[in-house]
Design a protein around this ligand. Structure first.
Ligand code: SAM
Ligand code: SF4
Length: 326
């Protein structure tokens, strides 16, 4: 399925909950966030129906996100039911990793293919501060469990804020030498109010990585991969580094995705307030064709590109990142 700008749309990111056991400074305010009522959240049956319908119209890749997807009860069986759809070829998950150690084997067994884990720093105090209570050791255990059971390729998401230090970069450089892991640095997107200060730029990070004396970062042949990150490698490393630059160099031209929020809205673009209500249709007895039409409308409404940088960060977003899923 192609949109009006010749982009193939084959990827749906599904937020299964707006709840989270963390409160990352750049994502979810510690106070004043209005959580959805239970009845407002799509049931697993509803989510699965939407996934099945869009998969019959060209979507083959599903990523579950949140909030924190592993806090929703029944997530393992839900993943199994998605993986059982023969129209879906890839089921992945983005998680803060805190509950992953105890769940990785079950998730793998249910048919989950791979995970992205958010890890902004390895400093226990800074991690606790930025996540508002998280324990970095649990996230690292989660990462190790994901590698051990083969939820691969494992990717780390590191949002660039002022907490990142040389010690973190030394850990990541060592990690990509030891493990086939991709460490991806993500520019902070000004959605909502962040308590964390701006971090180093991508070029600064590259210079710092090169300064460790373990070789110079070289772009991979397929620099863009299958998503927004540009990938680079160090000569002896098993893993790689990725750079995701929604602000300084946006990748809207290759955007292949749409989003479904936990309260049942299709979003054509992460960085736009536009939404299409699927929940109302589902709950008013819509046919599969009618749901497919909403999917087509979402694709038709996909903007050519976001305007965040040009707007100087002035766009007012209705949702926090935790209410969309990143
Ligand atoms: N709870 C899961 C997690 O943290 O991985 C999944 C949901 S979280 C919203 C998805 C991704 O969005 C995470 O990698 C997180 O670091 C990233 N994210 C959240 N707020 C962001 C922001 N303002 N700018 C850039 N990335 C952000
Ligand atoms: Fe929760 Fe993920 Fe947002 Fe952190 S980034 S508050 S873990 S949803």
């Amino acid at each position: 399925m192609y949109d009006g700008h010749n982009r193939q749309i084959n990827y749906l990111r599904v937020s299964v909950t707006d709840r989270c056991n963390f409160r990352c400074a750049y994502c979810m305010p510690t106070q004043g966030v209005k959580l959805l009522r239970h009845a407002e959240i799509l049931t697993y049956e509803e989510l699965l129906r939407v996934i099945r319908v869009v998969s019959e119209h060209g979507v083959s890749k599903i990523r579950l996100t949140g909030g924190e997807p592993l806090v929703r009860r029944g997530i393992v069986d839900f993943i199994r039911s998605i993986a059982n759809l023969n129209t879906i070829t890839d089921v992945s998950l983005t998680t803060n990793g805190s509950l992953l150690a105890g769940m990785a084997a079950k998730l793998k067994d249910a048919g989950l293919n791979r995970v992205n884990i958010s890890l902004d720093t390895i400093d226990p105090d800074k991690f606790r501060n930025i996540t508002y209570g998280g324990n970095v050791a649990e996230t690292i255990k989660g990462m190790e469990a994901a590698l051990a059971v083969g939820l691969t390729p494992v990717k780390l998401n590191v949002v660039l804020t002022n907490i990142i230090s040389e010690r973190d970069l030394a850990y990541f450089v060592d990690l990509v030498h030891r493990e086939p892991i991709s460490v991806r640095f993500i520019e902070y997107m000004p959605i909502g109010e962040s308590q964390a200060g701006p971090g180093p730029g991508i070029e600064e990070i590259k210079v710092m990585i090169n300064a460790f004396g373990r070789g110079t970062l070289k772009p991979t042949l397929n620099i863009r991969g299958n998503g927004p990150a540009k990938y680079f490698y160090l000569p002896q490393a098993k893993g790689s580094f990725g750079f995701i630059t929604p602000i300084s160099e946006h990748f809207c031209g290759v955007c292949n995705r749409i989003r479904l929020t936990a309260d049942g809205k299709f979003k054509p673009c992460l960085l736009s307030n536009q939404e299409i209500d699927v929940k109302a249709a589902l709950r008013q007895g819509a046919s599969d064709n009618e749901i497919a039409e909403l999917f087509y409308k979402t694709i038709a409404d996909k903007p050519q590109g976001h305007t965040l940088a040009n707007a100087g960060g002035q766009t007012k977003f209705f949702r926090k990142m935790s209410q969309i899923g990143g």
